[in-house]
Design a protein around this ligand. Structure first.
Ligand code: IMP
Ligand code: MG
Length: 190
């Protein structure tokens, strides 16, 4: 079984579908996002955190998450890119798009799609901490703990997944597959 639906969403159609295997179905994701939203709503009761979405992969997760929250929130976006090529992460991160406002005295929740080596998030965390937020936590939908090279853990995590390259639900390979409703393992790269 490869796809629950939406073969027409895949670049290359049916042929490409054979190169994708569903790891997490849209139903499983939906249930998990609801659960995470419950935890966040409970922990931030009486507060109005600023959710910082790391572009672009986390936008789908963010948009589902905030619609399940029962607390007021603000939203802002950051875009970062790591120096070096796409397969070897250097840990030196360039900010392509910064926040619109200061975060002094705000409760910050960084929203990530996936933590892999942890280098990007580690840089981002230090950078944001230097701006004196009241608190700073991390929520990620996916975590690949086997791949970690720096000591960083999310405060909330949807799923721990094996060391496979996944796409869909916001995650891409060369900017493709972000619109798939399921999270799939990419079996062949081309
Ligand atoms: P890190 O600095 O190695 O933790 O890099 C994390 C970033 O790499 C994520 O925010 C994703 O953009 C990207 N990434 C890591 N693993 C995957 C994957 O399996 N699929 C798609 N993107 C990934
Ligand atoms: Mg990301």
């Amino acid at each position: 079984m490869v796809f629950s639906d939406g073969l027409n969403l895949i670049p290359g159609g049916k042929d490409m579908a054979s190169k994708l295997k569903v790891l997490l179905s849209q139903e499983e994701i939906k249930e998990k996002v609801r659960y995470l939203a419950e935890l966040v709503s409970r922990d931030y009761q009486g507060k109005a955190p600023l959710l910082i979405c790391v572009l672009k992969g986390a936008v789908v997760f963010l948009s589902d998450l905030i619609r399940n929250l029962e607390i007021p929130v603000e939203v802002d976006f950051m875009a970062v890119s790591s120096y070096g090529n796409s397969t070897i992460t250097s840990g030196v991160v360039r900010i392509l798009k910064d926040l619109e406002t200061g975060i002094d005295n705000k409760d910050i929740l960084i929203v990530e799609d996936i933590i892999d080596t942890g280098l990007t998030l580690s840089y981002l965390k230090e950078n944001l901490l230097s701006r004196n937020p009241r608190s700073l936590k991390i929520i990620t939908l996916l975590d690949k703990p086997e791949r970690r090279v720096v000591d960083i853990e999310p405060d909330y995590c949807g799923f721990c997944i094996p060391d496979e390259f996944v796409v869909g639900y916001g995650l891409d390979f060369n900017e493709k597959y972000r619109n798939l409703p399921d999270i799939c393992i990419l079996l062949e790269f081309q």
